[in-house]
Design a binder for this molecule. Sequence first.
Ligand code: SIN
Length: 281
Amino acid sequence: MVLRVEPSGGACGARVTGVDLSQPLDPATVTEIRAHWLEHLVLAFPDQQIGDDDLERFTGYFGGFGDDPFFAPIAGRRHIAAIRREADEQTPLFAENWHSDWSFQAHPPAGTCLMAVDIPPVGGDTLFANQHAAWEALPDARKAEQVDLIAVHSARLAYAPDGTYGAKDKGRSMDIRPGEAALAVQTHPLVPAHPETGRRGFFSTLGYIIGIEGMAQDAAIDLLRELYAWQSDERFVFAQKWEPGMLVMWDNRAVLHRATGGYEGHRRELHRTTIAAWNGN
Ligand code: SIN
């Protein structure tokens, strides 16, 4: 199998062809894909004839499944969630704010896989922001102020009973299950070294980050707001356009992502797995 990898030419992302994800992959191919993933941070595999079994098998090659709270899985699967929006749906767009998946967990997922199920003819791009590039472009004086900060993460703004996807969120086609567990907090370094590449970058952003350890709340929110704008500056952003038959995997330790609209009147559905935290093997 000869992989062809075409970098997006943008802040991150590459298109990978020459591999059939409907078939088991040999260890050498998995190793090669992993290396490209760590280099380009977002990989898109177009023109695949795949289903949920293939998505699960592919996820397993990269560390097994993460733990996905607050979503009910699709029928008959424990680890696949549907990111779905019906053509006539009026709810606010799901995941429209920049984030790193489940960054509020003690061991957040290394990555996420999204498989096209129903792709609208226009719009619905997923945007990715390269957080190594965002950190590296920061002036040295700001780096010195921020390098040792510890961020406080929580799912509360999104998934608590009074959060964005809580009791007031009516008419959503996605099966989101808010709960009190979202009130928990978890700390992580604001700019950790990537566990596999050693490259430093911002991890997550305002939203799942709700404060900075040892900093007054007003000052922390001001800093996080400023960083949110910096982290998602257009020079760090790549727009992934979806195609039927496409699978996209990204590195949650290195990029932020967010959904976009622009497909009103059309249905959109993707099946999602998370890749468990890397355990060093
Ligand atoms: C997500 O954040 O999991 C969904 C992204 C998208 O719908 O494009």
